[in-house]
Design a protein around this ligand. Structure first.
Ligand SMILES: NC(=O)C1=CN([C@@H]2O[C@H](COP(=O)(O)OP(=O)(O)OC[C@H]3O[C@@H](n4cnc5c(N)ncnc54)[C@H](O)[C@@H]3O)[C@@H](O)[C@H]2O)C=CC1
Ligand SMILES: O=C(O)[C@H]1O[C@H](OP(=O)(O)OP(=O)(O)OC[C@H]2O[C@@H](n3ccc(=O)[nH]c3=O)[C@H](O)[C@@H]2O)[C@H](O)[C@@H](O)[C@@H]1O
Length: 431
């Protein structure tokens, strides 16, 4: 195996995972970030995101001398053969991807990159960004490669080391092959293509996942109206290998730091290409509606009537992160639903296994344990799919609440168990 000297710019979910995993594969990696505090903590082996095995790999990398951390991209690239860009590309004005961080790293490192090195864009960026990066770079001796990342938060290390596929795109074949070779030990199917296609794969994949979820949420609503059971329906659908069982759980709408911004960015890319992407617009609209639908479900469950008032109703929210297994709150559907409940007049107290109590999240005050969140509430609302909620002492919760009502927007509870504890229980896609 060739050991490469690698620089990784940005030490968030993607950058830190990339750096630590590439070091574990034997490469020498320098990770850079603009956040001085983060670099100090990482240099001491302190990882401040919740990702299984990440802290362990960072510690091993530091101990082996293969992984180090520096402040600022320019301090990292001096002798790099490959430079990974893993900086944020947040939603900008009107939904477009904001590429300011990518561009600022290019500006900062332009004159420092060694001749013959490769810049690899791992951030999620619209089609055309590799070409634009090369234009900004103005260096004929440095190739720009697109290598999108498909890891999920909460299983980032596992996903990085066990990828379903590696996608590498570049208009110069030798540069693409050099990047693909970094992953050779992972034995994953590799798609070598041009830069535009690689950039498109990332958006097309995330938008497809979002569409799958909006579809399943819409089918769940129809199940409610027609008296079918979504759990059996998705199981029956999922055995078809062309559909698959994964990503078929209905919920309060999809969220997180990527699916929302990437669907909007793709829509903007389509608009700019004069293509009316109706399917994607419907995917996004269905998701907005799903969040509103959760509020209506709560109204009905708590007041017994459609459109009932939530004024001065006290609600206990179980789960605040955008999904289970992470402490990330970015674009969390739970918080979006919470904001709407608050606006409707409800008082909210929330519990999440990944968050410390005492935090004020605006609409919700966070407490340390679920039994505290249940104290004197008119309903308990499950908003994130933490499996921990299944094993709560529901009989004890029933004694704590003011009104024994549960709304499970993730279908993770066993309705029979909840009812036996004395609650009424509403879920999704069931009568
Ligand atoms: N979070 C995820 O699960 C995935 C994210 N992506 C994409 O990867 C990119 C990064 O996402 P995350 O890792 O979630 O972001 P993040 O917000 O967790 O981390 C980004 C890091 O970059 C640093 N940074 C910002 N500007 C910088 C600069 N000029 N120089 C050096 N460091 C800089 C920030 O301080 C931060 O530590 C985005 O484009 C995202 O869409 C792709 C796949 C998965
Ligand atoms: O580009 C990215 O950043 C990443 O975005 C997603 O990963 P992630 O944001 O970590 O979250 P997911 O696991 O995809 O969940 C997204 C949302 O869908 C919801 N979801 C997921 C699955 C499901 O069956 N039902 C459901 O409602 C989750 O609760 C969450 O709100 C993709 O799954 C990754 O492949 C991709 O790399």
């Amino acid at each position: 195996m060739f050991v490469r000297r690698i620089a990784v710019v940005g030490t968030g979910y993607v950058g830190l995972t990339t750096g630590a995993c590439l070091a574990s594969l034997g490469h020498r990696v320098v990770c850079a970030d603009v956040d001085a505090g983060k670099i100090e903590r990482l240099s001491r082996g302190e990882v401040d995101i919740l990702e299984p095995r990440l802290a362990e790999l960072v510690a091993e990398g530091i101990a082996s001398g293969r992984l180090s951390f520096v402040l600022g991209a320019s301090a990292a690239v001096a002798d790099a053969e490959v430079v990974f860009l893993c900086v944020p590309t947040p939603m900008g004005v009107g939904g477009i991807a904001d590429l300011a961080a990518v561009e600022s790293v290019v500006d900062e490192t332009r004159d420092l990159l060694p001749s013959g090195c490769v810049i690899v864009n791992k951030s999620t960026v619209p089609v055309g960004t590799a070409v634009r990066t090369a234009e900004l770079l103005r260096r004929d001796d440095v190739a720009v490669v697109s290598n999108p990342e498909f890891l999920r938060e909460g299983s980032a290390v596992h996903d990085f080391l066990n990828p379903d596929r590696i996608v590498v795109g570049c208009d110069q074949q030798d540069a693409a092959e050099r990047v693909a070779a970094l992953y050779a030990r992972l034995g994953a199917p590799t798609v070598l293509t041009d830069a535009a296609s690689a950039e498109m794969v990332k958006y097309a994949a995330n938008c497809f996942l979002a569409m799958k979820l909006s579809y399943v949420n819409a089918v769940a609503e129809l199940c409610e109206r027609l008296g079918a059971n979504i759990t059996d329906v998705t199981e029956g659908m999922g055995y078809d290998k062309r559909i698959g069982q994964a990503f078929l759980n209905p919920g309060p709408g999809w969220g997180g730091s990527c699916l929302p911004k990437d669907t909007h960015a793709m829509l903007q890319v389509a608009d700019a290409a004069d293509f009316e992407f109706r399917l994607l617009r419907a995917t996004i609209d269905t998701n907005e509606r799903q969040r509103q639908r959760m509020v209506e479900k709560v109204r009905l469950a708590v007041t017994g009537k459609r459109g009932g008032s939530l004024s001065h109703v006290r609600l206990g929210l179980l789960g605040l992160t955008f999904k289970a297994g992470t402490d990330d709150l970015r674009d969390s559907p739970s918080l979006a639903v919470a904001a709407m409940l608050k606006q409707a007049g409800a008082d909210l107290v929330g519990y999440d296994p990944a968050l410390p109590g005492g935090r004020d999240l605006g609409a919700v005050s966070v407490v340390d344990d679920p039994y505290q969140a249940a104290k004197d509430v008119d309903a308990l609302i499950v908003l994130t799919e933490w499996p921990d909620f299944r094993s709560l002492d529901w009989a004890r919760l029933a004694e704590t609440v003011r009104q024994p009502v549960v709304v499970d927007t993730r279908n993770i509870l066993d309705p029979d168990v909840i009812r036996r504890a004395g609650f009424t229980c509403t879920s999704l896609g069931r009568r």
